[in-house]
Structure formats: C-alpha cells, structure tokens
Design a protein around this ligand. Structure first.
Ligand code: SF4
Length: 152
C-alpha cells in the first residue's frame, strides 16, 4: 500500500480510494452469494446484530451522507440502521455500504463469508483506518457519527 498523505483533504481522498479499491476487489471475487436487497439485515433491533465498521469505511459512508445534504445522522425510530429508508425499503447509500453489509451480515444472501476468504481485504481496510487515525472498528452508527463529527 502506498504511503498515505498527511494533509487532511488529501488523506480523506486517499482513504476513500483505498476502500473503494477493496470493494471493487471484493466484487470481483468468485463467491457463492449475492445480496437480493431484502434489507432484513438493516433492522438491527430485530436481528440483534449491528455491522462493525472501520473508520476508513465510515469515511466512504460519510461522504455519501454529506453528498445527500446531511451532516449528522438521524436515528431510525424502529432501531434500524440510520441509513435505512422506509420510503424505498432499502439502503439510502447502497453503493457506499460498508464491508460487513457486503460480506458478513445476511443469511438470505448466502451467509457470512469465511474470514480466510477476505482476510487480505480486511487487512487493507485496517491499514487505511490506521492511516485515518482510528484503527478499531465500531458499530456502524457510532463509526459513521464519529467521522461525520470531524469532517472539515
Ligand atoms: S448501511 Fe445500508 S445496507 Fe448496511 S445496514 Fe445500513 S441501511 Fe442496510
């Protein structure tokens, strides 16, 4: 992985590029599963599960949220993901959804991928997150809220 830049705006662009490359590489892998947009996994209170998100993934999500004109999250009244849209019944920022929503989080899509199948991609997300300055993954709303809070 190339050395990350130090200026904040350049670092953010670099982090986004690293994460998008990981998502592209994941999409190119031959794995027996596919998201059918059922959105069951977006209902955290019902599933009892919340995806863990690295800060680097949260940067990509935060860019999408800000591009839609928002600077903070509104909690979902039913305890679903704050990015779940009741009107459409789907994710507001599907193209920017985090790694967990793509790999680890939905039985209907084929169940979670084994860690060994994606460990190299996880490591790249961790490296990008280390460059961003927050290594440890956090629950999606917290991770995204933290990045939105420091966006300049
Ligand atoms: S980010 Fe999107 S796909 Fe992932 S849980 Fe939230 S609404 Fe669902």
């Amino acid at each position: 992985m190339p050395k990350p830049p130090t200026k904040p705006a350049e670092l953010r662009a670099w982090v986004i590029a690293q994460v998008e490359a990981v998502y592209r590489d994941l999409a190119g892998r031959r794995v027996e599963r596919s998201c059918e947009l059922r959105a069951g996994c977006c209902h955290f209170r019902q599933t009892g599960e919340v995806p863990s998100v690295t800060s680097a993934e949260a940067v990509v999500l935060a860019r999408a949220v800000r591009a839609a004109g928002k600077t903070a999250l509104t909690p979902h009244p039913d305890g679903a993901c704050p990015l779940f849209d009741d009107k459409t019944g789907g994710c507001r920022h599907y193209a920017a959804r985090p790694f967990g929503c793509r790999t680890h989080f939905c039985r209907a899509a084929g169940g979670p991928l084994a860690r060994r199948e994606v460990v190299d991609l996880i490591r790249r997300l961790e490296e990008a997150s280390e460059a961003w300055g927050e290594h440890h993954p956090r629950p999606l709303p917290e991770a995204l809220g933290r990045v939105l809070g420091r966006w300049r």
